[in-house]
Design a protein around this ligand. Structure first.
Ligand code: IVH
Length: 685
């Protein structure tokens, strides 16, 4: 039974709810004091907010427990922590990536095709600064607000901190547009970073892993006096909200330079494909001698009218691309190959390495994927190997230096049994993975499942990592994922365990509490149904807004899910197999009993327009844009674009030489738009 949704609640459960409410009130009050009076917060702002939200939910569902002594009822409600937040007027997006000349060529052709031209479209090439992005708002010529990127839609207000950065103009010169937004990157120079770390180490303070972390960390200080002491700098890379007089991105950059903003050096207007590759090569060779870190180059369509037509896909503009540098590679010794057993039973070989510094961190393990990968690269224990790490990606063994192979190097053999539970390990015909078949009873699989559930992508529980999970499993406190939410029953004993101070137990308990509420896609993806990751789970959540509804459809056999675009028979079969196992159904009940609250799905904002939810068909030849462009832009306005005309079509867009579809539309009484009307709609809504 779901403790918190049931209409009829037993007296025992009622007591449990009351206890949870009391615990939450106590915890929140304690965190308020830690934060406001002692300046020593123990939980992150997000965790704190989740605790408050949890309490608010419970108080709303059980109004008879409301109390004016609750921290939710105190004057000014729950005090705000951390930075204030504010919505971005224009979303701050990310960029698609290119890793080779071929990827760049594809980008060039893609934009040509989209715009229906066959000549090279000039691109502005800029350094991609490795720092933290920031949006600066100017009103009547004065810097009035600065925001971090945040989640792209809402950022943190860091105005006071930004005011301390000397190369950011606080006022705009006369004659320059006065109400604008300037976006750019806050960064730290390499020499300044080294110096800062030296001082930090001397003062026994936090030492940063790299210049980017140092810049981002310095920017997000609650005390702007600390930010003021940090050597932060700013490069501008975009201007928003100016008049239309500047028709190109390069023109806007020039203007920003004249207004006193520092601009990334080495920028170039690229007018041919050859220069495009040459520019990248020249900068790659120069990279090490630059005073600050860059993680690639950004190429932007220079013409702003083209930019507008190209628009956006999902979270990135179609008119720009980041050309990334290849991952840094270093050599080290492969000391051993160990086997890890994953949550679905897959045996993965993992390299144990002589620790080496790569991509800004120390690496001592790297993935070897599967048996074939090790065989194909002929990787042997004792070999000198090249390893690489790009960004946040898991380190990889890329190749072997055969010339350095010692005589006693040992070839690798995939074991025939699971190294943890000794059951048969099977590699089915035609598959690359070897699996332990003892799913439910293999401790390694159970452990990996719990580790996965506690990780960022699912319940995101701080302080519940591999080590703690192993220990709690040994103690018998964790047998399956929902047990995480009963760990509170062992809190007292936990406080007496080696390495568990009061502080860390309090933190863990708070984090578990705040993770009890989870959004629907993450919860469904976390169930471990093959082929059901966050993307598929989101499709299901979009179709059936609440977990209760989705669960009942899954119980009925999942057939109905077949009507969702993107969910095919294989996925349905997997859901069916999952629900056919009584222990999986019991698992779902165990989540509810443990008080896990799966939040109903709230669809992200879409542009609302006259055509939102309407079905549109395009026919004939369009002259001002390609069909791909028209389709994408209509979709961005919320329309469904279909190929066939029928009585359920709402609008037919008829270009030149429209034929039978136009006739059919007229006979069906479907509204018909010509290209002018389409353009007016796309440009002005
Ligand atoms: S343009 C619509 N230009 O890279 C996207 N971004 O993945 C506009 N960045 O978080 C971004 N240098 O902060 C642009 N010269 C540059 C950049 C740059 C660094 C960062 C930016 C963003 C990320 C995009």
């Amino acid at each position: 039974m779901d403790l918190f949704d049931a209409a009829e609640i037993s007296p025992e459960d009622m007591q449990k709810i009351k206890k949870r409410i009391d615990d939450l009130r106590f915890e929140i009050t304690r965190h308020n004091a830690l934060y406001h009076t002692e300046d020593a917060p123990e939980v992150s702002d997000a965790e704190y907010d989740a605790l408050v939200k949890n309490l608010e939910n419970l108080e709303e569902k059980h109004p008879h427990f409301k109390s004016k002594n609750s921290p939710t009822q105190k004057a000014g409600a729950a005090p705000k922590r951390g930075f204030e937040t504010a919505a971005h007027k224009v979303a701050m997006l990310s960029l698609s990536n290119a890793f080779s000349d071929e990827d760049m060529k594809e980008f060039v052709l893609r934009i040509q095709r989209y715009l229906g031209v066959d000549t090279f479209i000039p691109l502005y090439g800029e350094l991609k600064i490795d720092g933290a992005s920031c949006a600066l708002h100017y009103e009547n010529g004065k810097l009035v607000k600065a925001l971090t990127r945040g989640d792209g839609k809402v950022g943190e207000v860091i105005t006071e901190n930004v005011m301390t950065i000397t190369d950011i103009p606080k006022e705009l010169p006369e004659g320059f547009p006065q109400n604008i937004e300037v976006r750019g990157e806050i960064y730290m120079r390499g020499d300044d970073f080294e110096e800062l770390n030296r001082k930090q180490a001397e003062a026994d303070k936090k030492v940063f892993a790299n210049a980017r972390n140092a810049a981002a960390g310095s920017l997000r200080q609650l005390d702007s006096k600390i930010t003021a002491e940090r050597p932060l700098k700013f490069f501008a890379y975009s201007l928003i909200g100016k008049s239309d007089a500047y028709a190109s991105h390069s023109g806007e950059m020039k203007l920003l330079g004249e207004a006193g903003f520092a601009l990334p050096p080495e920028a170039e207007l690229i007018k041919s494909e050859e220069t495009l590759y040459g520019h990248y090569k020249r900068i790659s060779e120069k990279r090490q001698s630059l005073a600050f870190g860059i993680d690639g180059l950004v190429y932007k369509v220079d013409d702003l009218k083209f930019q507008e037509r190209l628009g956006f896909v999902a979270k990135a503009p179609r008119w720009a691309i980041a050309r990334k540098f290849p991952a840094e590679q270093v050599t080290t010794i492969l000391k051993d190959i160990e086997i890890q057993v994953g949550r679905t039973g897959v045996l993965t070989p993992r390299a144990v390495l002589e620790p080496a510094h790569v991509g800004g961190v120390m690496v001592s393990h790297a993935t070897l994927h599967n048996e074939d990968y090790v065989k194909d690269l002929d990787i042997r224990i004792g070999d000198t190997v090249f390893i690489e790490r790009a960004g946040d990606v898991i380190p990889k063994v890329r190749s072997v230096v055969e010339a350095k192979r010692p005589d006693d190097a040992m070839a690798f053999k995939m074991p025939k049994t699971c190294p943890v539970c000794a059951s048969h390990a099977v590699r089915p015909e035609g598959e690359a993975a070897t699996r332990c078949m003892n799913h439910l009873n293999c401790p390694a699989q159970v452990e990996a499942g719990i580790i996965y559930a506690a990780s960022k992508g699912v319940f995101d529980i701080d302080g519940l990592g591999e080590k703690q999970i192993q220990l709690f499993m040994e103690k018998g406190w964790l047998k399956q994922v929902p047990d995480i939410f009963w760990l509170k029953n062992h809190e007292h004993e936990m406080r007496h365990l080696d390495g568990f101070g009061d502080k860390s137990v309090d933190k863990l308990m708070a984090s578990i509490e705040s993770s009890r509420t989870i959004d629907m896609p993450r919860f469904v993806a976390g169930l471990g149904i093959p082929m059901v990751g966050v993307q598929v789970a989101t499709l299901m959540a979009e179709a059936y807004g609440s977990w209760a509804e989705l669960q009942s459809i899954m119980k009925e056999g999942a057939g109905k899910l077949g009507s969702i675009d993107g969910i095919g028979p294989k996925i349905i079969e997997n859901i069916h197999l999952f629900m056919d196992e009584p222990h999986n159904v019991a698992l779902l009940d165990a989540y509810a009993e443990a008080g896990v609250i799966v939040e109903s799905y709230i669809a992200p904002d879409r542009i609302e327009s006259e055509l939102t939810g309407k079905t549109v068909v395009i026919t004939g030849t369009l002259t001002s844009m390609t069909r791909t462009e028209a389709k994408a832009r209509l979709q961005a306005m919320g329309a469904k674009v279909s190929g066939a005309i029928s009585a359920s079509t709402d609008v037919l867009i008829a270009g030149e030489k429209a034929g039978s579809k136009l006739k059919k539309a007229e006979s069906l009484g479907v509204e018909v738009w010509n290209e002018d009307k389409l353009e007016a709609f796309l440009n002005y809504g």
